[in-house]
Design a protein around this ligand. Sequence first.
Ligand SMILES: [Zn+2]
Length: 404
Amino acid sequence: MQMLQGTYMDHLHTLSTEIGCRPVGSEANHEASHYIEEVLRNAEINVDIQEFEVPNWRLNEAFIEVDGYRLEALANGFSESVEVSGSIVSFCTIEELSASQNLQGKIALLYGELSKENYVPKGFTIYNPEHHQRVIQLLEEKNPSAILFVRMEKEINQPLINDWDFFIPSLTVSPEVGLTIKNSPSTSSVKCVIKSRRKEGKTKNIIGKINGYGTEKIILTAHYDTVFNTDGAFDNASGVAVVLSLAEELSKRSDWHTSFEFIFFSSEEFLGLGDEIYLKAYRNDLPQALVAMNFDGIGQSLGTNNVTLMSGSNEFESYVKAIKGKFPAVQWTAPWYESNHYTFFSNGVPSIPFSNCGVLNLLHTVDDTIKWISKDKLTEVFSLANEIIKSLQGKTREWTSKPQ
Ligand SMILES: [Zn+2]
């Protein structure tokens, strides 16, 4: 196989270090989509752009004060601005919150059972547990002036909720800060300050296309947006870098049997809106897809790259496993039901997600930087994907997909 001159490290560097944090609607998100589009056009690949509306939210400052002492707090993503002082009312179960009176003018502190996991945004339809919806609904009913969620893990510094449809100003605090507030006397006053601004914004899916002479196509996907407060090197500049490099590599030949579609999704991190927009326009073409290969969080130096097949035929599975056999450091993993491949797998398209089990708690944090990613580990995924793609030339959808 012809080796690239480390182009995926260049893509990775541009996206994660030069552009950096690129949440939907932000200037950096536009820079990233522009970069992806340029790379595709330079490789003479046709590009289809799907633009859609999202909020453009920016945070200037967030903190809290307890009896005049400033303590660290993280504004939750998309939170409204606020500057309010009030007394604290704390809750640790749904029952306790439900029994509470109206909380207007008060600050709600949510800890224990109520803050042990991240809240799924209201608008997320694929997976939205009832107890999350119930807590959010109760909070909207009781309507506190602000909410403090206590993060129940010591090492993780990320918001418990990022929801542009939830309008009560809210922050996430560490367990230490949560404890200080919980132990403070009832006469204490707590001040919450969030200085943010929210405007209407836009983001884009970028879809590159190479035409083959057959009717089948191979879909390669990676999301390029990030959450707030992270460079998103592992999640998911790594995946974008490899798909861009595969696009560049595949564009060098003009005699492919299959067509190729390279989809760079936005808003995967927020409601999966990019997937919805894509399906609206492309749903009828799905039966032509031999496979959708998704790359999300790959190439960690200290991690194991992994791969699996979902909704594929037994023949296809043995085939992919045989190719994987040439890459002994890659692990065959259990199917997983998140990220962009879900969109394809749930619509019957055989799907191959590539991921990496690496250092825990890196995802969605300030520590997710380029230093954790290695060229060798990206090469491994690139080469494995490239081999699968080549071996699929001349195959049919009947062959790749599970008999219904
Ligand atoms: Zn991701």
